[in-house]
Design a protein around this ligand. Structure first.
Ligand code: TYM
Length: 355
């Protein structure tokens, strides 16, 4: 039996502005991973319907995320960039996973609880089933690695549970059809049709917090624009937001322990480390003992240096919507061919009639 071919998959929703958390927690990793891996990066437009069904500008938001991918350095010729709704096999596999996964698994998802709020009965069924579609996004390509920010960890654990249950429930059929693949999970070697996907989470910027409140994550939905740095912010806005970022009155410590119980300080150090591609320890070695009045301007300069070229490039790319649409169309065709291969096997495993 063969082993799974290494393949990277990740997705970003076309809702609101992309911010520094999305960039450092996810997109920057996408760019790094494409050097040594085959990668598929998806604008998950179907997922965005779970929060808001009627979007005035879904098409433009989809193009804007695509432009951010390209402007950050993702190569759509060597890899695949497309929008989810073009490849209907995502929805097909999600339906099958809805029948594999249990309602209890979905009810435990913290993002569902947060997003549904108090009135859970009134949340859309799509919001509850969201992680099932996410598992389908990944597993329809039998992807082995998924770079994401920390907030997606629980969804990826659920993806592993769904893959495992499918592999177990259909183990006989998978064996009969010769579709099992060997994989190492921890110390064990197991066989299955779907890989037990590895999350790629970590580094100093896996969870970037709000600039106004170090206990809340930086988010597209925060009503205060001062809480986040948007990828499209200009240099003055970036500097202003960093200057206004909440901090405490103490100087920066020289060691990591000194950041305990100082969430705002730790967040700014993490942002610096993420942008500079270094560790928090290294940042503290350089800035330990200095006041925020010295650190913040250094951080603002670094943020402008790294982000302004991406914003410029995004604007340039967005001006040519035909090019962006062609990238998505071409990516969709290539992704669709791969997804259909998986689905032919899945239909056989389940026993659905097909030609
Ligand atoms: P989304 O669109 O909310 O966010 C896109 C990526 O940005 C990361 N992220 C952060 N990282 C660090 N700090 C933050 N404050 C921060 N905020 C967001 C997210 O972790 C994510 O990696 N469910 C996903 C989209 C999705 C997906 C998938 C991801 C759908 N299918 C399949 C991977 C694989 C989401 O809502 O991401």
């Amino acid at each position: 039996m063969s082993a799974f071919k290494e393949l990277v998959f990740s997705g970003v929703q076309p809702t609101g502005n992309l911010h520094l958390g999305n960039y450092l927690g996810a997109i920057k990793k996408f760019v790094a991973l494409q050097e040594n891996n085959d990668c598929i990066y998806c604008v998950v437009d179907l997922h965005s319907l779970t929060a808001q069904l009627v979007h005035e500008d879904l098409k433009d938001q989809t193009r804007a995320i695509t432009a951010a991918f390209l402007a950050s350095g993702i190569d759509p010729r060597k890899h695949i960039v497309f929008n989810q709704s073009r490849v209907m096999q995502h929805a097909e596999l999600a339906w099958i996973f809805n029948c594999v996964a249990r309602i209890g698994w979905m009810n435990r998802m913290t993002q569902f609880k947060d997003k549904a709020g108090k009135d859970r009965e009134n949340a859309s069924l799509g919001l509850l089933a969201y992680p099932s579609l996410m598992a389908a996004d990944i597993l329809v390509y039998r992807a082995t690695h998924v770079p994401v920010g920390e907030d997606q960890k629980q969804h990826l654990e659920l993806t592993r549970d769904i893959a495992q249950k499918f592999n177990n429930d259909f183990s006989d059929r998978i064996r009969e059809l010769g579709l099992g693949v060997a994989m190492n999970v921890g110390d064990e070697t197991v066989h299955g049709f779907f890989p037990i996907t590895e999350p790629v989470i970590g580094g100093p910027a896996a969870r970037i917090m709000s600039l106004r409140d170090g206990s809340k994550k930086m988010s597209k939905s925060d009503p205060s624009d001062l809480s986040r740095i948007n990828l499209t912010d200009d240099a003055d806005t970036i500097s202003k937001k960093i200057k206004k970022a909440k901090t405490d009155p103490d100087a920066l410590p020289s060691e990591l322990d000194g950041l305990a119980k100082r969430p705002e300080a730790e967040n700014l150090v993490g942002i610096y480390a993420g942008l500079a591609e270094t560790s928090k320890e290294a940042v503290l070695r350089e800035f330990g003992g200095q006041q925020f009045s010295a650190f913040k301007p250094a951080l603002a300069d670094l943020a402008v240096e790294k982000l302004a070229p991406i914003a410029d490039e995004m604007r340039r790319i967005m001006a040519d919507t035909t090019h962006v649409d062609n990238v998505l169309k071409d990516g969709g065709q290539r992704a669709g061919a791969l997804a259909e291969q998986t689905m032919r096997s899945v239909r056989d495993i389940i026993g659905l009639l097909q030609d």
